[in-house]
Ligand binder design. Structure first.
Ligand SMILES: [Zn+2]
Length: 463
């Protein structure tokens, strides 16, 4: 917002503050004597203070002084990392198939808190109901909705009978794709999500997007400087994703990379980033062992309890399995079992080749245990299990996520001048990456919240 317009609006509306994208965040916070892991990959800074003012990180250094009236948090012995970024979510996805509309509403309404509770302060929402998701973004930006920062883009581009066409809005031809793109551009879209997968594995269950349609989308994206987030799974589709100038590929690579294949170098040279959604494949089969059969207190702070009760019922789970098999239309569980080691290996290969790799979960899609918010720390842990160091995995979950969204000048690291989204942890995440679940305080848009403030509140009936 221009400063002048802002002042006029303040006078007209008697707004308490006018810091543009920081509604309500005018107070100062001083966090003292922390160990700062800033998200750039540099060594931790020990014993520093962080001063936050007007929603931004004003200053980092030893012995900073607090302005009068500011909130001071004693951070001695604690660790600060940037707020986490999930670069592949669906805020309106219900996690399971079998909910009533009322139950679905309860899950969806809880999702923003579920992310914040798990330290996820920014998300890239790559497909949702169009009107709804743009309104959610507006509400978040105006301070009407307490939610992670939302970057959104309406429904995926997919051809008639393509993957994801069950959500509606499948495209008949390239002209239809261009018309869709123009509509989204007029809404200020943060990207285009393009599905070129034709079904998991070599199934060919779904219609693959034509070259024609891909290139039409690529052209209009390039002309309007809109990022393309591509849903691809196999090697051939990965090459197509590079050819259409994708900003990022937002799923893993299921094929081993044969000797002589240049996909990773092509991704580096063309600045195509990688969001492998590894916890998604794992979630077909299992949940993070931290969830301990869905009784982990942090999981119960993240998800409505009635849903966890359903998921613990073997009959309910069997029906979920049946419905997922019907949607995938191929032996998806065996496929995941076979492919998970390859997916994992490709994360490390991409990272070692110099591809920017970022965390995303595909949260909410009904595949098994695909929890919003809760699964992002799991994704980070899986990166470490794939062979990254905890520091590299943390950078993937913070700065790299910001790069995928194109907001790395504002978000993703804890540096003076950046927007103030950060987490205070009780234990060292570099010592054990599981410690990113040990969140004490979430500083979001410059305001400090005890984590418990975002916990799921059971209803009177205990759900
Ligand atoms: Zn998705």
């Amino acid at each position: 917002m221009k400063k002048f317009t802002c002042i006029i609006l303040m006078l007209l509306l008697w707004l308490p503050g006018c810091s543009g994208d920081q509604p309500g965040a005018s107070s100062e916070v001083l966090i003292t004597d922390v160990i700062l892991i800033d998200g750039t990959g540099s060594d931790p800074q020990v014993g520093v203070d962080i001063r936050i003012a007007d929603g931004r990180i004003a200053e980092i250094g030893p012995d900073l002084s607090a302005a009068s009236g500011s909130e001071t948090i004693d951070g001695s012995g604690k660790y600060v990392i940037p707020g986490l970024i999930d670069a592949h979510v669906h805020m309106d996805a219900p996690i399971v198939f079998q909910l009533t509309p009322e139950e679905k509403t309860r899950v969806v309404e809880n999702n923003p808190r579920a992310f914040l509770y798990n330290g996820v302060t920014t998300v890239l929402n790559v497909s949702s109901d169009v009107d709804w998701i743009f309104e959610q973004r507006q509400a978040e930006r105006e301070g009407r909705l307490l939610s992670p920062r939302l970057y959104v883009m309406g429904r995926s581009f997919t051809p008639v009978d393509g993957w994801g066409s069950r959500h509606g809005g499948a495209l008949a031809d390239a002209d239809a794709a261009v018309a869709r793109a123009q509509d989204y551009i007029s809404r200020g879209t943060d990207g285009f999500k393009v599905i070129i997968e034709d079904g998991l594995g070599a199934s060919g269950t779904y219609m693959r997007m034509s070259e024609d349609m891909m290139m039409a989308i690529s052209r209009i994206a390039w002309e309007n400087d809109v990022p393309i987030y591509t849903h691809a799974i196999n090697l051939d589709e990965f090459h197509s994703a590079v050819a259409m100038s994708s900003t990022a590929i937002v799923h893993g690579l299921e094929d081993p990379i044969p000797p002589g294949d240049t996909i990773l170098q092509d991704m580096v040279e063309n600045n195509v980033m990688f969001v492998p959604t590894h916890s998604l494949w794992e979630a077909f089969l299992r949940h993070d062992e931290a969830a301990a059969d869905l009784n982990d207190p942090i999981l119960r702070g993240s998800v409505p309890h009635f849903l966890l009760d359903y998921m613990q019922d073997p009959e309910y789970r069997a029906e979920e399995t049946r419905r997922f098999l019907a949607v995938a239309d191929m032996p998806v569980y065996q496929w995941a079992e076979d492919k998970i080691p390859i997916f994992s290996e490709n994360i490390l290969k991409a990272h070692q080749a110099g591809v920017i790799v970022a965390t995303g979960t595909d949260a909410g899609g009904p595949v098994g245990f695909n929890f919003q918010g809760y699964n992002l720390p799991w994704e980070v842990k899986l990166f470490v299990q794939a062979g990254m160091t905890p520091m590299e995995a943390l950078v993937a979950a913070t700065r790299n996520g910001a790069m995928v969204i194109g907001v790395e000048d504002q978000l993703g690291t804890v540096e003076a001048g950046k927007l103030a989204d950060l987490l205070i942890l009780s234990d060292d995440p570099l010592d054990d990456i599981e410690n990113i679940r040990k969140i004490e305080t979430v500083v979001y848009k410059g305001k400090a919240y005890p984590r418990s403030e975002f916990a799921y509140q059971p209803t009177e009936t205990g759900e």
